[in-house]
Every structure is written in structure tokens, then in C-alpha cells.
Design a binder for this molecule. Structure first.
Ligand code: ARG
Length: 298
């Protein structure tokens, strides 16, 4: 089975100012604060584990006024063009509490040599949170609803020249697609259909030739879909025995890293790491003019 070719270069934010200051998802409760030292230690172990697997991790500093910036997955959608140059479509966060993250992330990405853009700037901007967007099967699969707006899909498709497959997220606890979907290789993915409306759940199951279907409980209580894949290794915050058995049967090695302090903010390993090596023309098929495919509404 062809391995994922992306997932070897990440951007992460060192958690020096991580707090739960407000509640913009059902996991967050300002009365339950992370332990700063334990959070930093867990994050460092995660980064060292990724590096040990041969991945590159670039680290940007956290803004003191942006407690959620540690969830770097949401900073932007990183892409590599066919000529090797890098581009990042910056997120436009749904909640004002996180919008300032972009003010630091955009200059940081630019200084690192990437060009940057925003979706739909000529007309109305649209909310886009990159934790909703994944390359799979040559297309960009984008969850919309709680965070990313449906309008963003049109802009992404047209501006990048891609086929964008939209999935409507309806579960309040799986407010980003990365809590319910994790590509494993070219044919397989962790999939939690309970995150989506019926038409989108059916569309996702059709899109993934060999889905490993997670129950709502598995996805919500263990954050197991919020994992990262480096070649044939799946770096997970937890793994129910049933899921591990299937992954190992498929030839994957499961490596666990405890990032429980970050679950208090509603995110796990994937949210903390943003892959920036998804390559146009390799992982995403170029479709001149772009195209949006939405599931038939049942
Ligand atoms: N507290 C953050 C928020 O609600 C958590 C983000 C989780 N990140 C993710 N990619 N799912 O925005």
C-alpha cells in the first residue's frame, strides 16, 4: 500500500503561554487549567518523537496574548508547489479570540521563505481553519460548519486550482475535521462518520476505499483520530485496542505520546502539528479553475 508522501515536515508552536482562557469548544473550561510545566514537557516529548521518526519540526514562538496558538494546525494550510517553493493559505479564524494568531504566523511563514495568501480577499473573506483541510485521494477534503465556512471551499478550489470535497460537520465536539478524519495512506484513513451529517458521512465512507471506522465515543474520549502519520508510523495520543489491532494488521506501528494537558483546550497531537509538505501535483491533483464537490443533500 502506498505510504503517504506528506507528513515529514511540520510547524509547531512552543507552548510558553498555553491557558484555557475562554470556551470556544465543548472541551474548554476556564476552571480547569493545564499545568504549564507538564504541558511543555509533553509537547517536547511529542516533538522529539516526531524528529526521532525522521520528521522535521519548525517551531514558532507563541504570542503571549494567544493562548490557543499552540494548536498550530489551525494557523494555515501549507503547500509545496511543483517547483519546490512553499505557499501557506492563512486561516481566518471563526472566533475573534484566535484571530491575532495570524498576525504573528503570517510574517513568520513569510520569513521562512513561503508566500502567503488569504481566501477570498477580493470579495468577502471567508472563515477558514486549516484543521478542517486534508489532502486525500488527490483532492482537498474540507470540513465546514462549526469553523470553516462553506464559502471558503469555493475560494480554495478556484484560487489553488484543486478539487475540493466539502463535508458538513454537525457534531459540536468534533468541530474540526482533524478530530474525525486522519489519512493513513493512499487508500486508508481513520474516519468517524458521527461527526458529519448523513450525506457527508456517506460521501466520506465512499471516498476512503478502506476506512477504519471510529465510534463517536472512541473519537471523543481518546482523541485517537487526532493523530499524525509519518510513513508507516501512527503517532497517537491513545489507541483503543480494537483500533490498534487493525492498524497493526495493516502494517502500521502505533506510537503513543501523552499530550493530555492539551486535551483541556480541545486538541491533541494533530492539532499541535501542522504538516506543511503537502505537494501540489503530487498529493493534490491540479484541476484548472478548481471544482467544489458537495455531498448530495439527503
Ligand atoms: N481551543 C482550540 C480551538 O477551539 C482547539 C483547536 C484544536 N485544533 C484542531 N486542529 N482541532 O480553536
Amino acid at each position: 500500500m502506498e505510504q503517504l508522501q506528506w507528513g515529514r515536515h511540520y510547524v509547531a508552536v512552543e507552548p510558553t503561554h498555553f491557558r484555557v482562557e475562554y470556551a470556544i469548544n465543548p472541551f474548554m473550561d476556564p476552571a480547569v487549567q493545564p499545568d504549564p510545566e507538564r504541558a511543555l514537557a509533553q509537547w517536547r516529548t511529542m516533538v522529539a518523537t516526531l524528529e526521532g521518526l525522521g520528521a522535521r519540526v519548525d517551531v514558532l514562538p507563541q504570542r503571549p496574548d494567544a493562548p490557543d496558538m499552540v494548536y498550530a494546525m489551525n494557523l494555515g494550510l501549507g503547500l509545496v508547489r511543483e517547483d519546490g517553493s512553499r505557499h501557506v493559505v492563512m486561516s481566518h479564524m471563526r472566533y475573534v479570540e484566535r484571530r491575532m494568531e495570524t498576525l504573528s504566523a503570517q510574517p513568520w511563514f513569510a520569513a521562512s521563505g513561503a508566500t502567503t495568501s488569504y481566501v477570498g480577499r477580493d470579495g468577502v473573506g471567508a472563515h477558514l481553519e486549516a484543521g478542517d483541510a486534508f489532502a486525500f485521494g488527490g483532492d482537498l477534503v474540507v470540513g465546514f460548519g462549526p469553523r470553516t465556512e462553506e464559502l471558503a471551499l469555493k475560494h480554495l478550489a478556484a484560487e489553488l486550482g484543486l478539487r475540493v470535497r466539502g463535508l458538513r460537520i454537525t457534531h459540536p465536539g468534533m468541530y474540526h475535521l482533524d478530530l474525525a478524519f486522519c489519512p493513513l495512506d493512499e487508500r486508508r484513513a481513520l474516519v468517524c462518520p458521527a461527526a458529519l451529517d448523513d450525506a457527508s458521512a456517506a460521501a466520506l465512507l465512499e471516498l476512503v476505499p478502506e476506512p477504519l471506522v471510529l465510534t463517536e465515543e472512541e473519537a471523543l474520549t481518546t482523541f485517537c483520530a487526532n493523530s499524525v502519520v509519518v510513513g508507516r508510523t501512527v503517532l497517537m495520543p491513545a489507541c483503543p485496542p480494537r483500533v490498534r489491532a487493525r492498524l497493526e494488521d495493516w502494517g502500521f506501528e502505533v506510537v503513543l505520546v501523552d499530550v493530555a494537558e492539551f486535551h483541556k483546550g480541545g486538541g491533541s497531537i494533530r492539532c499541535l502539528t501542522n504538516p506543511v509538505d503537502v505537494t501540489l501535483g503530487r498529493d493534490l491533483t491540479v484541476v484548472p479553475g478548481g471544482e467544489v464537490v458537495l455531498p448530495a443533500q439527503l
